[in-house]
Design a protein around this ligand. Sequence first.
Ligand code: NDP
Length: 282
Amino acid sequence: MERAPVKTYCIIGDPVHHSLSPGMQNAAFNALGLNCTYIAFRVPTSELEASIQSLRSIKIAGFNVTIPHKVAVMKYLDELDATAKKAGAVNTVNNIEGVFKGYNTDMHGFIEPLRRRKVDFEGMSVLLLGAGGAARAIVAALSEEKGIAKVVIANRDQKKAGELARAGEKMGLKCEPLPFDKVTTASPDADLVVNATSIGLSNEPSPVDSDHIKKGSIVYDIVYRPVVTDLIEQAKMAQASVVYGYEMLIEQGARAFEIWTGLEAPREVMKKNLLGIFGEPT
Ligand code: NDP
């Protein structure tokens, strides 16, 4: 049987050398026997527009977008789906016969691990740490769940916390901004604590310790490297349930794979690829 022509996918960002997406997506393509390949390109901000033109010329099959281009890329695309419009950011682009269509799979990536745990959002009080790009996708995802009582948004930059709180209100959530140094005043009452800051990436201590985490609550750290951050350790000490950042990473990648190929993503293969690098959490 003749092999299908090769399709090339990529990720653009700056920096991008640390990206785990090439390994994860290539493992998924190989597992399904697809003649597809996925590579990483460092694209500085000043070269974003030209790079998108180049991706059009070479007829790239699709691509992911990471820091710092998730918002800026939108103006170079032809269409946006509902997720991209809602989150105000794009992390996945599909090339549909020359039409570049943008999606946001971080929303799905964030919420799916909670849905899989059958989390009941009714009456839930959420504490969200951070007001950057990922936090915005998280607010958009939470706004699609029914019954959340409130979302407290703690951020160093109060202007950004206020803007995200207003965006959340427009999406139908009750939101309150909070200065970042006051997190421990809100964390003991939170049913769900989400870290969407970069704290933890360099093994920094968690801004919330076990004495300020409610027993039986859920603590979700979207930082995925290291797998077990100090916040996750503190949550376990407080007898909270934990959700790991790698779970979101797999789900956002799996949804991108499904948009590109129309096939169900081999999540176990993708997980094995990631945890082979990380080591299984205990
Ligand atoms: P942004 O740069 O858009 O936002 C960074 C956020 O972190 C801001 O709210 C910033 O606060 C806060 N922050 C950074 N350093 C500190 C600090 N020392 N103390 C307090 N707050 C701090 O990044 P993203 O939103 O895109 O990403 C945030 C994190 O989420 C990253 O670690 C990234 O790796 C992770 N991520 C994980 C994903 C997954 O699939 N698991 C997907 C996407 C992101 P301020 O505004 O005050 O500067």
